[in-house]
Design a protein around this ligand. Structure first.
Ligand code: B1M
Length: 210
């Protein structure tokens, strides 16, 4: 029986060696990779967020925790696939201008790749104009925007507007996501879809691409 509390504690303590050991043990016990991700790592990151908010953890520690989670993701990535493949979706994904958070966005990219979609991961702090350039260059039919800060959510609207102004709106479906983002916000800015997590983002992308 996997003790997810121990995993969460190791993540909060930024103890990469212990955390990767616990993940290996859990996998050896037959615990599904998705349970380790959701109940261990993402739940642990939520505690990190609360501690950050309360001033009990500072940026360097939060980065170390993020790095520890990244190490585990290397192990979990091949195990998180959905097993289906489709050539339909050509996805461009990036974190919007002003925002440096990339763990969730990379998770979404990873899930989409494992679901057989072609994914171009642009990185973080991506300017609206750069999204436009990359849509043209990569011939994307789906654009995924990630934002983790309420202050960078307006950059999602600016990116949608830039795509409209470039005359590309009919060529792409636009999806948005990230902790502060909601379906109502997606509707408000004229996006085609919202996904609350990596699994539903991957499913929605396949639906929109079909
Ligand atoms: Co930041 N940070 N951070 N941070 N950070 C949050 C987001 C915060 C909620 C913490 C808090 O105060 N409780 C808060 C935002 C408050 C707000 O705006 N409402 C915050 C803040 C304030 C800040 C700074 C401003 C702090 C400062 O400097 N004073 C600063 C901003 C820097 C910047 O971006 N310009 C900052 C910096 C950082 C670090 C660099 C230290 C680090 C990021 C490292 C990295 O990403 N490489 C960091 C981290 C790690 C966090 C927390 C702790 C964890 C985020 C995370 O990775 N979660 C976070 C608190 C929290 O979220 N609990 C916090 C795990 C990840 C798997 O979940 O990203 O939500 P998430 O992704 C999910 C879904 O949202 C969805 O699927 C993912 C997987 O299921 N999803 C999508 C995400 N993108 C999607 C795109 C889609 C679809 C779904 O496209 C269609």
């Amino acid at each position: 029986m996997t003790d997810f509390n121990e995993m969460k504690e190791a993540l909060v303590a930024c103890d990469t060696v212990k955390l990767t050991g616990l993940v290996d043990t859990a996998l050896g016990q037959g615990t599904p990779a998705s349970d380790i991700l959701n109940q261990g790592l993402i739940a642990g990151m939520d505690i990190v967020g609360e501690k950050m908010e309360n001033g009990d953890m500072f940026i360097p520690e939060v980065l170390m925790a993020a790095q520890a989670m990244g190490e585990c993701m290397t192990v979990l990535k091949p195990l998180l696939g959905e097993g289906e493949t489709t050539g339909a979706g050509n996805v461009l994904i990036g974190t919007v201008k002003g925002d440096l958070h990339d763990i969730g966005k990379n998770l979404v990219a990873m899930m989409m790749e494992s679901a057989g979609l072609t994914v171009h991961n642009l990185g973080v702090d991506i300017d609206p104009a750069e999204f436009v350039t990359q849509i043209k260059e990569k011939g994307a039919n789906i654009v995924c925007l990630s934002a983790l800060l309420t202050t960078t959510m307006p950059a999602m609207k600016q990116t949608v507007d830039a795509i409209v102004e470039a005359g590309l709106r009919d060529q792409v479906k636009i999806m948005v996501g990230g902790a502060p983002v909601t379906q109502a916000f997606a509707d408000e800015i004229g996006a085609d879809g919202f996904a609350a997590d990596a699994g539903s983002a991957s499913k929605l992308a396949k639906q929109l691409a079909a």
